[in-house]
Ligand binder design. Structure first.
Ligand code: GUN
Ligand code: FE
Length: 438
């Protein structure tokens, strides 16, 4: 029996915040505790109440004065792009062709894929991200390396072998048949093993022929419980070229609709420049628009019209993500700090409660996994993090002026980085302290 009491200032969301002062959307315990056992949370509440119910002599770990919250969730990033972050390029297509495609070719080599997988999972945990949804490369070896590393660490991770059979260099292309067979092999080998989830992953319409899009449709039909991920409407040159490649489609979104790829488990990276018709198609199918703020700014892709999407008669489901290596940080703090600035430029506000809701419960809901992750509810997986809003000299000084939890969250978002993540627990096990030094 490995029952443990974890004490700290607890914060978790119960539902989406309705305003910046919505006190009912979260639970906060100034002296709170979790009880964890066999990788699950079994109790959550005020420390005194939790301790009274625990057997005499139960082990205790005290994280006060730090915040305890659910682990962060990153809903879109690229595992093989660790070594292209911050590559100097004009826009998306130039960036892909000049840096990203050549780099991804290296993942045919299992040793390279294994080395980067170790670094990748270390970096996620350093930043407090306990679940992520990643693109691997076209090579099955990359997916094998990714899921093996995830299994070793006991993490709830989603990912997929990329399907791409055109408009990319030699060594980075499969065929419709190969994409179908290898995706099936990845599903057979990894889906449901440990906490792994395999995702059907056609990269985007530019790099899949109609025949390969058909293969994606077939996979989606055979495995209706699996998530699907792709890119949508990120950049004007991309949109123009995509529509040329599929002249029969009404617009970019309609291409994916024609191949049966819209739905409540479908994650569309970026989705910045959607027409009204496209936004309707997304909301009617409960598809998820995945906002990637640092990437959108770095590649100059555009300003995600968050409030426009949300204020529609039929609101879009929205998730948030880093999109590393188009994105420039693994940190969900940096990600939401940039999301905030994008909304500032659009004359809108994104309040700190919303930000932290989206990094945790919001992203869990977007993945239909809030019964397992994203909260501190008893019965869910013990994936949680310990945060210090005074981790640096500047933060410490600024904290002297902070009096509410909301202000503390905003400070963490604006100034925080991996130094603010004191610990990351995965299925009840502390993972960060044992990593090799950053
Ligand atoms: N669209 C297709 N592939 C990619 C990628 O790797 N990164 C980004 N940002 N957009 C893409
Ligand atoms: Fe991406």
């Amino acid at each position: 029996n490995d029952r443990t009491i974890i004490r700290g200032r607890l914060l978790s969301f119960l539902r989406k915040p309705e305003s910046a002062s919505d006190e009912g959307c979260y639970r906060y315990e100034n002296d709170g505790a979790l009880v964890i056992e066999n990788g699950r949370i079994v109790a959550c509440g005020a420390y005194a109440a939790v301790r009274d119910k625990a057997p005499e002599g139960t082990r205790e770990i005290d994280h006060r004065p730090h915040l305890l919250m659910p682990g962060f969730i990153d809903t879109h990033l690229h595992f093989p792009q660790m070594q292209v972050i911050g590559s100097y390029a004009g826009g998306l297509l130039e960036w892909l062709n000049t840096y990203t495609f050549p780099e991804e070719r290296r993942f045919a080599d299992a040793a390279h894929a294994g080395r980067i997988a170790t670094e990748f999972f270390d970096e996620l945990l350093r930043n407090g991200t306990t679940t992520a949804v990643a693109y691997c490369t076209v090579h099955k070896t990359s997916a094998d390396a990714y899921f093996a590393e995830s299994l070793k660490r006991g993490m709830l991770m989603l990912g997929g072998k990329v399907m791409m059979d055109r408009n990319a260099p030699e060594g980075l292309l499969d065929t419709p048949e190969q994409a179908y067979e290898e995706t099936k092999a990845v599903i057979a080998g990894w889906h449901g093993r440990g906490r792994n989830h395999v995702v059907i992953t056609p990269r985007f319409a530019i790099t899949s022929t109609p025949e390969q899009m058909e293969a994606a449709r077939t996979l989606a039909g055979e495995f209706p419980d699996l998530h699907i991920q792709t890119h949508l409407s990120e950049n004007h040159d991309e949109i123009r070229y995509t529509c040329e490649l599929f002249p029969e489609a009404k617009d970019y979104t309609d291409i994916y609709a024609r191949y049966g790829l819209l739905g409540p488990k479908s994650l569309f990276g970026h989705a910045i420049h959607l027409s009204e018709r496209e936004a309707d198609a997304m909301s009617e199918t409960r598809s998820v628009a995945v906002h990637c703020p640092t990437s959108n700014l770095f590649l100059g892709s555009g300003l995600f019209p968050w409030r426009t999407y949300e204020r529609r008669g039929k609101p879009l489901r929205i998730a948030v993500a880093t999109d590393v290596g188009g994105g420039t940080s693994y940190s969900m703090f940096a990600t939401m700090a940039e999301a905030y600035k994008i909304q500032q430029l659009l004359g809108e506000r994104l309040n700190p409660l919303e930000s932290f809701y989206h990094m945790t419960l919001g992203n869990a809901e977007a993945l239909s996994l809030s019964d397992r992750i994203g909260t501190l509810e008893p019965g869910t997986d013990a994936d949680f993090i310990v945060l210090d809003a005074a981790a640096t000299p500047v933060m410490k000084l600024r904290m002297e002026t902070v009096s509410t939890v909301t202000e503390e969250l905003f400070l963490l978002q604006t100034l925080g980085d991996d130094r603010s993540v004191v610990e990351a627990y995965v299925a009840g096990r502390p993972m960060k302290q044992s990593l090799s030094p950053a």
